[in-house]
Design a binder for this molecule. Sequence first.
Ligand SMILES: [Zn+2]
Length: 150
Amino acid sequence: MADCDICGRPATTKAIIEGATLSVCARCVQYGRELSAPATRRPQQSRPMVELEVVEGYGRIVRQARERAGLTRQELARKLFILENVLERIENEHLKPNEAVAKKLEKELGITLLGPRGEEDRQKPQSFSTGSSTTGRGLTLADLVEIKKK
Ligand SMILES: [Zn+2]
């Protein structure tokens, strides 16, 4: 392969730097965006052996559990020592919680967020609307309390 266009060392990959495609070494690739042609295969992230993965639909799981617990986002974030903004992004699934945060959420809310990789926890088809499909929102905790009172 060619020499690194930046420093002259043996290039290991190609990167787009300021609009130009250059051959670069592993060091200089940081100056641009690496082309995703995997000429050199490198191991996928050096992760620990933990084979846990955040389950699908984690955002909804967190939000529903939080609401069930009657906690505001701010309250829950405080309990977990994370930023409210981070919690919001998790609930919107813009951010996957890391294992530490996921475990805290699991513990605090009594939910399961981490599953073994591959072996997916297929979500059981839950009946979302409890008969009252006219409203389309199902029953909230408040509704249940109301019903019990009657
Ligand atoms: Zn270089």
